[in-house]
Design a protein around this ligand. Structure first.
Ligand code: ADP
Length: 169
């Protein structure tokens, strides 16, 4: 049997947003298997632990019915090495408005230098998610703003719990 066409989808996902999920759904049309690789890099000082981010993603993909195609793992190190271990042929990334371009271009060329067989594939989200980031969601949620259009329901709930606890402390 042919190997499933696998892509890795790396990121911090702190927390996962509808923008991330939009790219994931598009990726599912192109690949047989997508492995979401959550970076455990503490240098980014994430708000949620890697395990919490994993649980939030798994709950969100189960409610989107994507669990047959998508796996979620935590990794640390070089994504090209991890991709090779998983037998991936592509690295999936989302491209938002101009701000992503320079960094993504640099990463894609470096990853190609490290592994010429792994192709970086960029997909663009729906317009309404083009300016969406995990950071802006955390900022708005800190002050109790309405984020329900931009994150899955389980993430909205988790953020509310987090900030109501902080308020009470
Ligand atoms: P990183 O720390 O690698 O930037 P992120 O969790 O922020 O990780 O993002 C992972 C991937 O998802 C990146 O390719 C990023 O461009 C993409 N992404 C994040 N938010 C969106 C969005 N709103 N629309 C499309 N792609 C997005």
């Amino acid at each position: 049997m042919n190997q499933p066409r696998t892509a890795v989808y790396p990121g911090t996902f702190d927390p996962v947003t509808n923008g991330h999920l939009d790219i994931l759904e598009r990726g599912c049309d192109l690949f047989d298997r997508i492995v979401i690789c959550i970076s455990s890099n503490p240098a980014k000082a994430p708000m949620f632990s890697a395990d919490e981010r994993l649980t939030m993603i798994e709950t969100a993909i189960a409610s989107n019915g994507l669990q047959a195609t998508v796996e979620v793992k935590i990794f640390d190190g070089l994504i090209v090495d991890y991709a090779e271990k998983l037998g991936a042929i592509a690295l999936l990334r989302g491209l938002r408005a101009v701000s992503d371009f320079e960094f993504e271009f640099q990463m894609a060329l470096m990853n190609r230098h490290l592994n010429n067989r792994l192709h970086t594939v960029y997909l663009m989200p729906k317009d309404e998610y083009t300016y969406l980031s995990s950071s802006i969601i955390k900022n708005v949620a800190t002050y109790g703003g309405d984020i329900h259009r931009f994150v899955p329901a389980n993430v909205e709930k988790r953020l509310k719990e987090k900030f109501s606890k902080t308020e009470g402390e």
